[in-house]
Design a protein around this ligand. Structure first.
Ligand code: CMP
Length: 138
């Protein structure tokens, strides 16, 4: 079990002014910020990041949304990070997310769901390295 995960604060949450509150919550829940940057994905880069979803009906919408505005990308560290962070953010669909979770509090819809959280240790490492060089992951 790895102690790191990867997250993005998505364009909806950035535009709605929730970035500060989300980062504050992440830190208060005991995650250490290993690396963090604000950036904007091109459609090409967003397509590459979400390549696993290429065959899904929502792929085009997902790519266009994720390249529609500024995001924050970060690598986080905590014991059992992947599972612990997924519990903190709640279900993919905010309508089904538990009370108090980040998506329940800040997400707009299933597609515009405020934050990303890696779904496995393997993907956490791949996704973190998509945004950060080895030198930045200390
Ligand atoms: P995330 O877990 O960050 O990565 C895949 C994303 O696809 C997911 O968040 C949702 O934002 C999005 N997604 C999943 N299912 C749907 C859907 N049915 N329609 C639109 N977007 C979706």
């Amino acid at each position: 079990m790895s102690n790191r995960t990867f997250t993005m604060i998505k364009p909806d949450a950035m535009k709605n002014g929730h970035a500060g509150a989300i980062l504050d919550r992440i830190i208060k829940e005991g995650f250490r910020i290993v690396a963090l940057k604000q950036t904007k994905l091109s459609a090409e880069k967003a397509g590459e990041f979400y390549a696993v979803h290429k065959e899904r009906p929502f792929y085009g919408e997902l790519v266009s949304f994720m390249s529609s505005g500024i995001i924050i990308a970060a690598i986080l560290e905590k014991e059992n990070a992947v599972a612990s962070f997924r519990k903190l953010i709640g279900a993919t669909n905010p309508a089904q997310a538990e009370e108090g979770t980040i998506r329940k509090l800040f997400a707009t819809s299933l597609g515009e769901n405020a934050v990303h959280g890696s779904d496995s240790d393997e993907n956490a490492a791949i996704e973190g390295s998509f945004f950060f060089s080895g030198l930045e992951q200390f």
